[in-house]
Design a binder for this molecule. Structure first.
Ligand SMILES: [Zn+2]
Ligand SMILES: [Zn+2]
Length: 464
């Protein structure tokens, strides 16, 4: 089997990995880099075009985060005969996420923050939404290539990351032997507030392609969800008692719904006064609806829980009304999670950062040089200023900044446990910063010296 990653190695960008199994061509995920614009945000599809005999018969999409699905319309344009596979909930989310991405690309072009035309249009999205083939967790489906008699099958395993998220097990015969290859995608072995922890195939397997998001985060493994929840609860109580405003920057898909579930629990138990308003905005509200409508057919800790059962107000759109909503005490759950420029969370942070009664509580992954990471680092260094938006410049940093670990990703010790459980012969590390992947590689090699570990760069063919 040949493995070639088309994106997503040196940093978390566009997840898309090409596999050539005999004459069958597959891609695992078709993501786009959320921080890049236009063609630069896409995986390197040109690598497939430029290699004679390489072709994509099937695309298997693991979940609806932009870095895993954002380039799907472009992939289908390049390879019109590709069969696209996903879970049912991922399809429901895709029908919201891809049009939202198009609207965002249009807005950036209109506002002049991007000089790139949108990568696809409504008509394309309308057509491709009928192409998606959906499968239940653990059902076997065929992903064999059209130009070969060799059979390749796939199964989704629920991955505990967000609604509908899955890892993929591929099974095929190669040189007279049955081979099993597992792609973890984004994975979480442990339960969150709404969704339970992931499920995995039985080991041993031949090749594990594994994420490494938290590989360079030594603190994540030292915390438990329980202690983080208590810390979060006490921090919210503290800010509300002093009538401050709290911003919780979140990814609209996944983290937003999990944080709302948690705040609801605190209110139900009387830890936070019920009348403290919780503001939400934009896409996370539509996504909450999909969480709610799929609650009996996807893995849940409590299928009766509804995200829209949580009392919440819509963040108003006009500037004045938005400013007025920022009176304390109040809680604002806003995206983006990394507080990228020109997002609501970045704007709210700019309004809150200079007052010491306010707080910004970060609950997710923040990549290097993102505004969220700059804020964490400035607060950690005791710095008195922070750069949230390059056009605004440095702002005084007086508000409380805290970080809570409610990641949708497994911490690195759990990822090592996953290696232990799956007993692979080879591990290919993807989806992490360079130092994150290196820590994972060093530790897998230390604990399991017989396992071959690879850290492929974009476009480097790897025979595994
Ligand atoms: Zn994800
Ligand atoms: Zn991801």
């Amino acid at each position: 089997m040949l493995f070639v990653t088309l994106g997503d190695t040196e940093a978390i960008g566009a997840s898309c990995h090409f596999l050539k199994i005999g004459e069958t061509g597959l891609v695992l995920d078709a993501g786009a880099d959320p921080e890049a614009e236009g063609l630069a945000s896409l995986p390197r599809f040109d690598i497939i075009h430029n290699n004679a005999g390489w072709y994509i018969d099937h695309a298997v999409v693991t979940h609806a985060h932009h870095d895993h699905i954002g380039s799907l319309p472009v992939l289908i344009e390049h390879f019109p005969h590709v069969m696209v596979h996903m879970t049912r909930a991922t399809r429901d989310l895709a029908d919201f996420v891809l049009p939202a991405s198009l609207r965002l690309q249009r807005r950036r072009q209109r506002e002049g923050t991007s000089s790139h035309p949108p990568l696809f249009d409504e008509e394309q999205l309308e057509i491709i939404s009928y192409l998606y083939l959906t499968h239940e967790f653990e059902d076997t489906f065929d992903v064999s290539g059209i130009r070969t008699d060799q059979t390749v099958t796939a199964q989704f395993y629920y991955s505990g990351h967000i609604l509908g998220s899955a890892g993929v097990l591929l099974t095929f015969e190669e040189k007279g032997q049955t081979r099993r290859v597992f792609y973890s995608s984004d994975t979480n072995l442990r339960a969150q507030s709404i969704i339970p922890g992931g499920q995995y195939p039985e080991g041993p397997i031949d090749v594990l392609m594994m994420e490494s998001t938290l590989g360079a985060d030594p603190e994540a493994e030292l915390t438990t969800r329980r202690t983080e929840e208590i810390k979060f609860r006490e921090a919210l109580k503290r800010v509300i008692a002093r009538r401050g405003v709290v911003l919780v920057p979140v990814f609209a898909l996944g983290r937003a719904q999990e944080v709302l579930a948690l705040i609801d629990r605190f209110k139900q138990r009387g830890d936070i006064p019920a009348e403290v308003p919780v503001y939400t905005a934009g896409g996370m509200r539509a996504i909450a609806d999909i969480y709610d409508t799929t609650r009996y057919i996807t893995p849940r800790l409590n299928p009766d829980f509804q995200v829209f059962g949580v009392a919440q107000r819509r963040m108003p759109r006009s500037y004045t009304a938005k400013r007025n909503a920022l009176t304390g005490p109040s809680i604002h759950v806003a995206s983006s999670g990394m507080m990228f420029e020109n997002t609501l969370s970045n704007w709210v942070a700019q309004q809150l950062v200079e007052d010491e009664e306010n707080a910004i509580f970060l609950v997710g992954y923040a990549k290097e040089d993102s505004p969220a990471r700059r804020l964490i680092e400035a607060a950690g260094n005791g710095s008195d200023g922070v750069l949230l938006d390059r056009h605004v410049g440095m702002q005084p940093l007086h508000c409380e900044v805290e970080r809570f670990r409610f990641s949708g990703h497994s911490h690195r010790r759990d990822l090592i446990q996953l290696v232990e459980k799956l007993k692979p012969k080879k591990v290919v590390l993807v989806h992490g910063d360079t130092d994150a992947r290196q820590w994972m590689a060093d530790n897998i090699q230390f604990f399991y010296p017989h396992i071959e570990v690879y850290l492929p760069g974009v476009g480097e063919p790897l025979e595994v």
